[in-house]
Design a protein around this ligand. Structure first.
Ligand code: GLC
Length: 613
């Protein structure tokens, strides 16, 4: 990067910093911190920065396939993850999201999202050296690593929290402390709750020091006060420290929450965007080969602003959360109209808006749908959420989905759903029915559904990210019910250990694992081989004339692809333009149609990738 560019970046940074904080000393401290991190960046990482500079293909290539996993579930620790890299290579993974593994205290760790030390790996999982060794091993194999940076809060066991508890005023100023409930109660009037049943309220009373502290998430996750420039300074320092350990993508956890203001809902406030922009600038200056992934699990209109304008980007990648939950809605309703509407918006976003696509992650599925759009069909938010939850927990008559509810607060009617992709798609029900000698029709339907859902994800522009275990159709893990530290958090339903023994069955012809594993491989390979899947392809919604069939058209150079997905268990028929079409998956050429178009028959949950010849 040229000096001039760096100067421009620094100028913008100073301008934003001074506007937000107006504190020159703090800014000087910040600049020194940047310099220190730039000096400490290893040569090998600087080389990566150089290679990646100006070329977004390293994270936008259609050859990328991601997976997210917990080290403790995938061999037990970082060294074992390293040993298991050949399996990931076999899966075709070249982007690996490691779930939180920094030091946090058992019993109050929120799956690692309550960090007690940003510079120490949880001893059970290994050491910082192990993490760096894993990063090096991944880089050798062409695998990029994504790492969580939990910045909205610290654990109450973090050094700052301990000092604050002990009475250190400087440390207290890093959090939100109150002597009485007066102000907290005022906040509660406008701030919604994240975990209304498992961790109600946004504040916690600390009896030992007779103070109230802000805790938006769990009572042991103390919110950091970013109005204090030292919090921003030291947390950005932590971010860069992690980047310098060899992390390629930094996931900004719960980013919309990091600025609080009385009288607001404390989400997505303008200052959050300034802070993210400043973090992006800091990365561009110190480690330009690192991308920022924003976790913005918000209603649709709040998500896209986190990309920032093209010339002043904030996050490089965002979770495609609205498409994810709309996809599950589509499965439960067999009606693609909302998905068409959603994709229409995604397809018209500016070029720099780049998503990470997924079906399942470690969290619940929240029903953040476009209810204004659904309203025109007489679908109301509350009854619809109830329907979706009933469908995905198998309560709805005839539903084959097997999941559990998450934060089911009767008063709010806002429960969410948990479960693995396979169980939610009907495989668990199918396996049980097959064992019960009821035949394998239900199993076959579940498999078709699971593959179709993945194919739909692979068709979209963005990084497709598989949730570990989904590649072999792993089912729900009910053992968390008996685990004293997890029984009240149903997200553990889909956070089971990866079943290596089951994975061996991928070599046995005709097993569910083989069909899933090879099915995904095929999709990944075809996606990587054809330019029409490149991220600079033009993509449109393709209307098929059947509300059960989702269509997407992709065009790149002289390649045209029409992808069709039957979101219903029954046969459906799509109408497409007359041409010579070859299905990339089966190799079959469709019988030619005429000017009035042609019909494509799709069996239940079938899909096809049709390339124009
Ligand atoms: C994010 C994580 C979630 C966690 C929360 C609090 O939303 O994805 O698992 O509970 O942040 O840190």
């Amino acid at each position: 990067m040229s000096d001039k560019t760096t100067k421009q970046l620094l100028d913008e940074l100073e301008w934003l910093y001074m506007e937000l904080y107006g504190d020159e000393d703090a800014f000087l401290y910040f600049m020194k911190m940047l310099e220190k991190n730039a000096d400490e960046r290893r040569l090998s990482l600087k080389k990566l920065d150089e290679v990646r500079s100006g070329d977004k293909d390293w994270y936008q290539s259609n050859k990328l396939l991601g997976m997210m996993l917990y080290a403790q579930n995938f061999g037990g620790n970082l060294k074992e993850v390293r040993k298991n890299l050949p399996y990931l290579e076999e899966c075709g993974i070249n982007y690996l999201h490691l779930m939180p593994l920094l030091d946090s205290v058992k019993g109050k760790s929120d799956g690692g999202y309550a960090v007690a030390d940003f510079r120490k790996v949880r001893p059970k999982l290994g050491t910082m050296e192990d993490l760096e060794a894993l990063a090096d091993a991944c880089h050798e194999k062409g695998i990029a690593l994504c790492f969580d940076f939990v910045l909205n809060h610290t654990s109450d066991e973090h050094a700052w929290a301990k000092a604050a508890r002990a009475g250190d005023q400087g440390a207290r100023d890093r959090y939100f402390f109150y002597d009485s409930w007066d102000i907290p109660n005022k906040f509660e009037q406008t701030v919604p709750q994240v975990f209304p049943t498992t961790a109600p309220g946004n504040f916690t009373w600390l009896d030992d020091i007779q103070k109230v502290v802000m805790t938006t998430f769990h009572n042991y996750q103390w919110d950091l006060n970013y109005a204090n420039p030292m919090v921003f300074n030291d947390m950005t320092d932590n971010l860069l420290y992690l980047a310098n350990r060899g992390m390629d993508v930094i996931r900004l956890d719960a980013i919309p929450y990091i600025w609080k203001e009385l009288g607001t809902n404390c989400r997505n406030l303008p200052q959050v965007h300034t802070l993210v922009r400043m973090m992006h600038l800091a990365c561009q200056i110190v480690c330009p080969g690192v991308a920022l992934l924003g976790e913005v699990v918000m209603e649709p209109r709040e998500v896209v602003p986190y990309f920032g304008p093209a010339e002043k980007p904030e996050c490089d990648i965002l979770y495609n959360v609205t498409t994810m939950c709309t996809t599950w809605h589509t499965l439960a309703t067999r009606d693609v109209r909302l998905l068409q509407h959603q994709m229409d918006q995604v397809c018209h976003l500016p070029e720099h808006c780049f998503f990470q696509n997924y079906l399942r992650c470690h969290d619940d599925i929240g029903w953040g749908l476009d209810y204004a759009f659904l309203g025109q069909f007489g679908i109301g938010e509350e009854p619809h959420k109830r329907y979706l939850n009933d469908w995905f927990t198998g309560k709805w008559p005839g539903s084959w989905a097997r999941g559990e509810l998450y934060n089911d607060a009767e008063s709010l009617g806002d429960a969410r759903a948990c479960g693995t992709t396979a169980s939610l798609c009907g495989l668990e029900c199918g396996i049980l029915e097959a064992l019960d000698n009821k035949g394998d029709a239900s199993l076959k339907r579940g498999l078709a559904c699971d593959l179709m859902m993945h194919a739909w994800m692979f068709t979209q522009t963005g990084i497709p990210v598989i949730y570990s275990g989904d590649e072999i159709g792993q089912l729900n893990d009910y053992s968390y019910h008996d685990d004293p530290s997890h029984w009240d958090d149903s997200r553990y339903l889909h956070r089971g250990k990866f079943d290596f023994a089951l994975a061996e069955k991928r070599f046995e012809h005709g097993t569910l694992q083989q069909l899933m594993f090879d099915g995904l491989q095929k999709l990944k390979n075809i996606r990587g081989e054809h330019d029409v899947f490149r991220s600079d392809a033009e993509v449109y919604v393709y209307y098929t004339g059947d509300d059960r069939v989702m269509g997407l058209k992709r065009q790149h150079g002289d390649q045209t692809l029409v992808a069709l997905f039957n979101f219903s268990e029954n046969p459906a028929e799509a109408t497409i333009e007359g041409a010579v079409w070859r299905d990339l998956l089966s190799g079959r050429v469709l019988p030619p149609g005429d000017d009035s178009g042609m019909k494509v028959r799709l069996s239940g949950y079938a899909f096809c990738w049709l390339m124009k010849e």
